[in-house]
Design a protein around this ligand. Structure first.
Ligand code: DX5
Ligand code: ZN
Length: 216
C-alpha cells in the first residue's frame, strides 16, 4: 500500500516544510496535480515546481498527474524537470496518440501512468494494461481538491482490478480514512490524499491515521 499525498491543498507558501513533515512520517511519493485551466477549470503547477521538488528532495518520488491535452509541449517539459512518473489522461488525446506518448515516456525512462476520469469505461484498460506501469482511477471529477468520493467508485475499482491483475491501481479524489478502506477492499493499492493530509492541523497525525487504516 502506497500513500501519495497531493500537494494541491498544502500551504503553498510553506510547501517545503509540509513535504518534509510528510516525508518524516514515512511518505516516499508525492502527487503533483498539474492543471492547465482548459482540460480542467483550474490552474496549478508547472515544470519548475517539479524541478525544485527534485532539487530539494532527490530521494522522493515525483508523481505528476497531468490534467492537460497539450501533451506535445508539456510531456517533454515535465520529463526534463525530472518527473519520476507521469500520468496522462485517456481523455486527453486519440487512443493512437496516447499509445505514442506512453512509448515516448518509456523511451525517456519515466514511469507511465494512465488516468481514467469518472465517465470513461474501465474496459478501455484492456487495451493499455501491457503498456503502463500504473493506472489511476479518478474517484471525483478532476479539477479541484476537497470533493466527495463518488458512490460508483468501488464498482469501478473492482472492475479495473479484474482487468489489471497485479498492476498498481491508484485512486484519487475524496480519499480519507473511511473511503481509503473502501477503495482498498475494492482492489486499490495506491492512494492519493490531498485535503485529508494537508487540510488539517497535523500532517504527521493525518499520515499516521491513514497508514494505520491501510495496514489493517
Ligand atoms: C483533483 C486532483 C486530486 C485532488 C485530491 O483533480 O487530481 O489529486 O487534489 O484532493 P482531495 O484528496 O482533497 O480530494
Ligand atoms: Zn490528482
Amino acid at each position: 500500500m502506497i500513500i501519495a499525498p497531493s500537494i494541491l491543498n498544502a500551504d503553498n507558501l510553506h510547501l517545503g516544510q509540509q513535504i518534509q513533515e510528510a516525508a518524516d512520517s514515512g511518505i516516499g511519493r508525492f502527487h503533483i496535480d498539474v492543471m492547465d485551466g482548459h482540460f480542467v477549470p483550474n490552474l496549478s503547477y508547472g515544470p519548475q515546481l517539479v524541478s525544485d521538488f527534485k532539487k530539494q528532495f532527490p530521494d522522493l518520488t515525483a508523481e505528476v498527474h497531468l490534467m492537460s491535452n497539450n501533451l506535445p509541449d508539456l510531456l517533454p517539459a515535465f520529463v526534463k524537470a525530472g518527473s519520476d512518473l507521469i500520468e496522462i489522461h485517456y481523455e486527453a488525446d486519440y487512443p493512437a496518440r496516447i499509445d505514442h506518448w506512453l512509448d515516448y515516456l518509456k523511451e525517456q525512462g519515466v514511469s507511465r501512468g494512465l488516468v481514467l476520469s469518472p465517465d470513461t469505461d474501465v474496459k478501455v484498460l484492456e487495451r493499455y494494461k501491457g503498456k503502463v506501469d500504473q493506472v489511476l482511477l479518478m474517484t471525483v471529477y478532476p479539477g479541484f481538491g476537497g470533493q466527495k468520493f463518488m458512490e460508483e467508485a468501488p464498482d469501478r475499482i473492482k472492475a479495473a482490478r479484474a482487468i489489471l491483475g497485479d498492476l498498481p491501481l491508484e485512486v484519487d479524489g475524496g480519499i480519507n480514512a473511511e473511503t481509503a478502506k473502501i477503495a482498498k477492499d475494492a482492489g486499490a493499492d495506491v492512494f492519493v490524499a490531498g485535503s485529508y493530509i494537508f487540510g488539517r492541523e497535523s500532517v504527521a497525525g493525518q499520515v499516521a491515521e491513514l497508514t494505520a487504516v491501510l495496514e489493517k
